[in-house]
Design a protein around this ligand. Structure first.
Ligand SMILES: [Zn+2]
Length: 353
């Protein structure tokens, strides 16, 4: 379930409309308290509002529940669950049993399993694995060798890491650290309404879409992003799939066809991947600010880091970083130039009004 648009949320709060209760919560930065849309408390200044889809997200972001509009019984359980989640974050490299965690939450193990999953979308074990995976990738990036990184992040064995589904890391750890060593990446160029486009793909999907004026420059950027991969220029005969993907994206850009659902090979730090995956959920015709994006991934203070992750997006248009604006509504930056950002947004607005 996605959140209502910011406009709808602001309108519901202004009208104290109970129809959207449960669909989102809003925090007030000056008081540190969060409320339901229908709450009768005094109106806050619009610039001080922050929006959250769930109570849990609001609390993880550090807001306290409003006593006026939220039931205390429900909240005390949420508070306990947030404590369990924090405990897992702080002890991710240790062996944590469901029984121990359940004891902290004053729940039975099976009940903890169920309500934790309801609250956060994953089991306590999967949450711990995700935190470990994050630590693991950070220590790989920091230059630890694979074995040290595995033990430092608490995985205990190689098979646990390699056994993680590809969605977590996309490549085996060695390949991740080695900048694509041993891989072959096919690429091709084409003219679009946004200028020259280079698209490149691994056998998992599109890993690179960039725009520019000069083919050589674009290909050298590709080589910089994947310094150790083998790059193979591919014409339509050699790589019919890539050719079809290029054509589909070009039709989207140049003729307003729907954005194609192409397989993506998304690579980056855990934080960047989170930002980019969130962007995939932003629908055409919608825009959001860098701070809303930071809130969307439950890192409300990481606005600069979020903006920098947007700037490092390697897969232009398909990961729609062009839909992120400054909070004053100005365009902000764009890796491929503001003219292109404006053209993309104008086209999307045109198709959605
Ligand atoms: Zn309230």
């Amino acid at each position: 379930m996605s959140m209502p648009s910011e406009q709808q949320m602001r309108a519901a709060i202004a009208a104290r409309d109970s129809a959207l209760d449960g669909q989102f919560y809003y925090g007030v930065v000056t008081t540190g308290v969060f409320c339901q849309p229908s709450c009768s408390s005094r109106a806050a200044r619009p610039e001080n509002l922050r929006f959250f889809r769930t109570i849990e997200a609001a609390m993880l972001a550090g807001f306290r529940p409003c006593k006026r509009c939220q039931s205390i019984e429900r909240l005390s359980q949420v508070e306990r669950l947030v404590k369990v989640a924090r405990y897992i974050e702080q002890h991710a490299d240790e062996r944590l049993t469901l029984t121990d965690l359940a004891g902290q939450a004053l729940l039975s193990p099976s009940r903890l399993q169920r309500v934790f999953k309801q609250a956060f979308g994953v089991s306590p074990k999967a949450y711990q694995d995700a935190i470990r995976m994050q630590h693991f990738k950070q220590s790989l990036k920091a230059g630890d060798d694979v074995t040290d990184a595995i033990y430092a992040s608490g995985f205990g064995s190689l098979s646990r890491v390699y056994g993680e589904p590809g969605r977590n890391i996309g490549m085996t750890p060695k390949v991740y650290r080695a900048g694509g060593a041993g891989e072959t990446i096919s690429y091709a160029c084409r003219n679009t309404a946004l200028g020259l486009m280079v698209m490149a793909a691994t056998d998992k999907g599109v890993c690179f879409v960039q725009f520019g004026d000069d083919e050589e420059v674009l290909v050298s950027q590709l080589a910089q992003e994947f310094p150790n991969a083998g790059l193979s220029p591919s014409d339509a005969q050699q790589s019919p799939e890539l050719d079809a993907w290029m054509a589909a994206l070009d039709q989207h850009i140049s003729q307003g066809a729907p954005r194609p659902e192409l397989p993506l090979d998304i690579r980056g730090t855990a934080f960047q991947v989170r930002v980019w995956q969130f962007l995939l959920s932003v629908r055409e015709g919608e825009v959001l600010s860098y701070s809303e994006l930071a809130e969307g991934i439950d890192k409300p203070k990481a606005v600069r880091a979020v903006a920098s992750a947007c700037g490092k997006n390697r897969i232009g248009v398909l990961i729609p970083c062009h839909r992120v604006l400054r909070s004053d509504g100005s365009l902000g930056g764009y890796r491929w130039g503001l003219e292109r950002k404006r053209a993309l947004l104008d086209a999307e607005r045109g198709r959605n009004t």
